[in-house]
Design a protein around this ligand. Structure first.
Ligand code: PRP
Ligand code: MN
Ligand code: MG
Length: 181
């Protein structure tokens, strides 16, 4: 393993910027869900760091659950095919579900997950994503909490991978061309 920093072309968001934005979203979420039975649902694996840091901005106890779906192969393009690899452990009927994601790219993954969860009769389903690429959208998604909107570039770090690498990078950035070749 070589130094990850050398593989970045540019840093889009530093650790501090991510932490500050998540704190703002956490405040909003805490206010909006006051007195409600909230369940955070993370999407493996990209959302692990967003979940870890977002939930720790919340001042009270909140449960979480996880889903794993396959939508991408090992490359950088969405296949549009969604399959459940790991379902939720809990029954979400009557609960206020907040899906936690790292990025909305084409939107195909989340639109599928959202309608799948909505069919289980929760009290509500909303989405919180750290990143969103408006120019890459193939389907419209109503997303209540968005950290940052970014241009249509492939980004890694902070949970986001390229072929399973770079998830442990503390910042978010674009990869240098030499990494692809
Ligand atoms: C990535 C990302 C989102 C999804 C967004 O996950 O974490 O879940 O793709 O893409 P879309 O909006 O075009 O559907 P990926 O399938 O790569 O799995 P991972 O989270 O395990 O990296
Ligand atoms: Mn993902
Ligand atoms: Mg991925």
């Amino acid at each position: 393993a070589s130094h990850m920093g050398d593989d970045l072309e540019k840093v889009l968001f530093t650790e501090d910027q991510i932490r500050e934005r998540l704190a703002e979203l956490g405040e909003e979420i805490w206010r909006d869900y006051e007195g409600k039975d909230l369940l955070l649902v993370g999407v493996l694996k990209g959302a692990i760091l967003v979940m870890a840091d977002l939930m720790r901005t919340l001042p009270g106890s909140v449960p979480m659950d996880w889903m794993a779906v396959s939508s991408y192969g090992s490359g950088t393009k969405s296949s549009g095919v969604v399959r459940i690899l790991k379902d939720l452990d809990t029954d979400i009927s009557g609960k206020h579900v907040l899906i936690v994601e790292d990025i909305i790219d084409s939107g195909l993954t989340l639109s599928w997950i959202r309608s799948n969860l909505e069919s289980r009769e929760p009290a509500s389903v909303e989405i919180c994503t750290l990143l969103r690429k408006p120019d890459a959208a193939k389907v419209e998604i109503d997303c209540k909490y968005v950290g940052f909107e970014i241009p249509n570039e492939f980004v890694v770090g902070y949970g986001l991978d390229f072929d399973e690498q770079y998830r442990n990078l503390r910042e978010i950035g674009t990869l240098a061309p030499h990494v692809y070749s």
